[in-house]
Write a protein that binds this ligand. Structure first.
Ligand SMILES: Cc1cc2nc3c(=O)[nH]c(=O)nc-3n(C[C@H](O)[C@H](O)[C@H](O)COP(=O)(O)O)c2cc1C
Length: 450
């Protein structure tokens, strides 16, 4: 595969032109002109969801030092809620003070729970003000422990479940099994707080290299109830799901799951044991069935590790400054990511899957999303960077049936640059001047660091 030539960047004037490009690249993308299915209600865990459009979890890194939602956090969810998404998947929220990926990551604790309650109320109120009482968005909060990527663990106290030479510069201290038992209990505690705060569901985050996901690929963790064979590597996730189901009745359990990591065996999940990092969905399919049997009512399928193989999980036109261009045309990445979701959806037809990977398609994501839903390849259409850029895309679809091209995400990676440079994150292109000036300042100070 070769790097993406500049002339090959997004330049499609019509959905048909995009379809022809997909054909030329030999990738399969479903297109459906009738978009009505996107605005039809759905059912999750016995609760009505007003439409099939989902705002994906997107960290703004704008919590208070103790982890409560800050003003920009509230602004983000009010904008998304008044923008009409039926399903709002709140960003990565730590279950532990020392498990935060950055010092401004949200942290759900007894101290911050009242602030989360206010956030939920304000989010629901924003939706009601715009659409009335019948439009009540479904609110999921993503619970996480950042594991080896914890930036609040304190110098020398970050731990890993096993060494991974693709992401660790040197071996980190190892979690003991007893400590991982404790993590299970902390997830249950946070889930209870989330239920009390008014969320409809919790996501036990199992993607992007964070703690619960890290274990899924812990083939080399020896002499442990949490490493080695499949049953051991999936134990923490399955135990948390079961414990939340029994100990927090009435709360729906969701999982955002990596279908493949792109990290070569024996350090990744969903990769072939005999061909480096090639995709092998046997274990992810099996895990999806186990989750469905355990009562998980909603799945969200992602891929890759953001710092190791960013093109797998968020196809882009412009890479993060100082990093390599994608080794493939972004449309290949979009089709792969949507295809991974579809593969898992076919395994568990009764559990709706949120499709990931639509933002790069700009104003043409609705026909592709409608194609996915019509063919049963997903239950919801998820927008990540698109939700930062264009939080009212759903409202525009409801009102006019088309998107405004000038409001769409352009896959420029500036939101990721904001996050990586320690700033608060948002769309520097469509949500300016706020995030454009933050981005300028963040990049200038990053350049001035020797
Ligand atoms: C700035 C930024 C923050 C993100 N935060 C989260 C997060 O909190 N949790 C998560 O699971 N994924 C997170 N993601 C990944 C997105 O949810 C999504 O999977 C990815 O952007 C691909 O979808 P898209 O093409 O619609 O953007 C983040 C991505 C970016 C760029």
């Amino acid at each position: 595969m070769t790097g993406q030539p500049l002339s090959d960047r997004f330049q499609y004037k019509t959905a048909d032109a995009l379809r022809r490009k997909a054909e030329a690249l030999g990738v399969d993308l479903p297109f459906e002109n009738d978009l009505r299915i996107l605005l039809e209600p759905a059912d999750v865990g016995g609760r009505r969801v007003p439409n099939r459009l989902a705002a994906q979890p997107m960290e703004g890194c704008d919590g208070t030092p103790d982890g409560a939602p800050g003003d920009l956090t509230t602004r983000r969810y009010e904008r998304i809620a008044s923008g009409g998404s039926g399903l709002i998947w709140f960003e990565a929220t730590s279950i532990a003070a020392d498990g935060r990926a950055n010092p401004r990551q949200l942290f759900l604790s007894a101290d911050t729970a009242p602030a989360f309650r206010r956030l939920v109320d304000l989010t629901r109120e924003a939706a009601r003000r715009r659409f009335g009482n019948r439009h009540e968005p479904y609110l999921v909060v993503q619970l996480t422990h950042s594991g080896r990527f914890s930036r609040t663990a304190g110098e020398g106290r970050r731990k890993a479940t096993c060494f991974n030479p693709h992401v660790d510069r040197e071996p980190l201290p190892a979690w003991t099994d007893e400590e991982l038992d404790g993590v299970r209990e902390t997830f249950v505690y946070a889930a209870r707080l989330a239920a009390d705060a008014g969320f409809d569901a919790v996501d036990i985050k199992a993607c992007h290299g964070y703690l619960v996901h890290e274990l899924l690929g812990a083939h080399t963790r020896a002499n442990s109830r949490y490493g080695g064979p499949f049953e051991h590597r999936t134990r923490l996730l399955m135990d948390i799901v079961s414990a939340v189901r029994t100990q927090v009745p009435g709360l729906t359990v969701a999982v955002r799951l990596n279908a493949t990591d792109g990290v070569p065996y024996p350090y990744g999940f969903g990769v072939s044991s005999d061909a480096g990092g090639a995709i092998d969905l046997a274990e992810p399919r099996r895990l999806a069935r186990m989750l469905a049997d355990a009562g998980c009512a909603l799945l969200n399928i992602s891929a890759g590790l953001p710092t190791f193989v960013p093109h797998l999980g968020r196809p882009f036109d412009r890479p993060v400054a100082g990093t390599a261009p994608a080794p493939e045309h972004p449309l290949v990445g979009v089709a792969r990511l949507l295809g991974l979701g579809a593969a898992i959806q076919s395994e568990v037809p009764a559990v709706p899957v949120v499709a990931t990977g639509l933002s790069w398609l700009r104003q043409f994501w609705p026909p592709v999303a409608a194609g996915l839903l019509t063919r049963g390849m997903a239950g919801f259409a998820g927008l990540g960077r698109g939700a930062f850029a264009y939080p009212d895309a759903a409202a525009d679809l409801m009102a006019r049936g088309v998107l405004d091209q000038t409001k769409c995400c352009i896959a420029c990676s500036r939101c990721t640059e904001l996050m990586r440079t320690g700033s608060t994150a948002g769309c520097a292109v469509r949500d300016h001047p706020l995030y454009a000036s933050l981005h300028r300042a963040a990049m200038a100070s990053a350049r001035s660091v020797p």
